[in-house]
Write a new protein. Structure first.
Length: 266
């Protein structure tokens, strides 16, 4: 069936009714939900440094598949990073559809949001801003990890954070990702009516509280982890040990031998 559609530059054009926008919306929701949950796991794994260097070393080895390959294989991490990168790009490309195309559109949206005085509409601006920032910040990080997956570990990661100046990028990325991820999950719940129950209004209020609690939790965890990597990186720079790999303690070597993961040192 054909339809009259407001086209580019305001010209009216003939077009077909299509289910494509709904399908794209679904893919955007799915990739967003997946990335947000991936980030929770990611932040918990990165935070392993808060337990001990040995623990972060062991986590790194397990993620390199040390229970399958002797000594672990960082290619496995590169492979996962490549898949995440593709999902990240698809999600960002679909998100672009929602950004205003010119200043006039932006003004209209801003005036509209202001006149409604509706908090959830204001959240849209935070999503657009943090999403835009992540285009650049997230791409740099994922590419660096993808191409240097053999340099992850208590010493190597700390050197990257401090001596290779990743910490300013991580501060901005951490802020962007923690707001974007939890707001995104909240919006998914509202959009698709998950947990609506008897009283959707009350649910929305409760969801907002959970959203804030999660943002604060992951920001505190993230900044504490970042501080730990920066501290180790600074010590390495002071002691002239930048570039040296971590030597696990005897206890960890024993654990790794039983799990087939001796070999490369992280
Ligand atoms: C498979 C993909 C990924 C891997 C293997 C990975 C790995 C890592 C590692 C090892 C660190 C510790 C610092 C370092 O070694 O440089 C780190 C930090 C970080 N990553 Fe990722 N990352 C991945 C994807 C992402 C994505 C998609 C994002 C968000 C767009 C992200 C955001 C961050 C942030 C914000 C930090 C700093 C966190 C902190 O220090 O508290 N990462 N990542």
């Amino acid at each position: 069936m054909s339809d009259l559609i407001e086209g580019y530059l305001g010209k009216t054009v003939e077009g077909k009714k299509s289910r494509l926008p709904a399908k794209l919306d679904f893919i955007q929701s799915f990739t967003g939900g997946f990335l947000a949950l991936f980030m929770w796991a990611h932040m918990l794994l990165v935070a392993s440094i808060l337990v001990s260097k040995d623990f972060m070393y062991t986590v790194t080895k397990l993620l390199e598949g040390s229970f399958i390959f002797e000594g672990g294989n960082p290619l496995l991490v590169s492979l996962v990073a490549a898949v995440i990168f593709v999902i990240f790009i698809v999600h960002a490309a679909l998100g672009m559809r929602k950004l205003p195309g010119n200043f006039k559109q932006f003004q209209v949206m801003k005036a509209h949001a202001k006149s409604m005085g509706h908090d959830d509409t204001k959240l849209w601006f935070t999503q657009a801003f943090t999403g835009f920032a992540m285009f650049f910040l997230g791409s740099v990080h994922i590419y660096v990890i993808l191409t240097h997956s053999d340099k992850i570990g208590p010493m190597a990661s700390s050197d990257r954070v401090w001596s290779e100046y990743m910490w300013p990028l991580y501060i901005l990325l951490l802020l962007a990702v923690e707001f974007h991820g939890t707001i995104g999950l909240y919006r998914l719940c509202v959009k698709w009516g998950w947990f609506d129950g008897e009283n959707p209004k009350a649910t929305r209020k409760a969801l907002k509280k959970v959203k804030w609690a999660l943002t604060v939790f992951f920001l505190v965890l993230g900044f504490a982890s970042l501080a730990a990597y920066m501290k180790i990186g600074m010590e390495n720079a002071k002691n002239g040990t930048v570039g040296e790999r971590y030597q696990p303690t005897a206890k960890v070597i024993e654990f790794n031998i039983t799990n087939k993961s001796v070999g490369r040192i992280a």
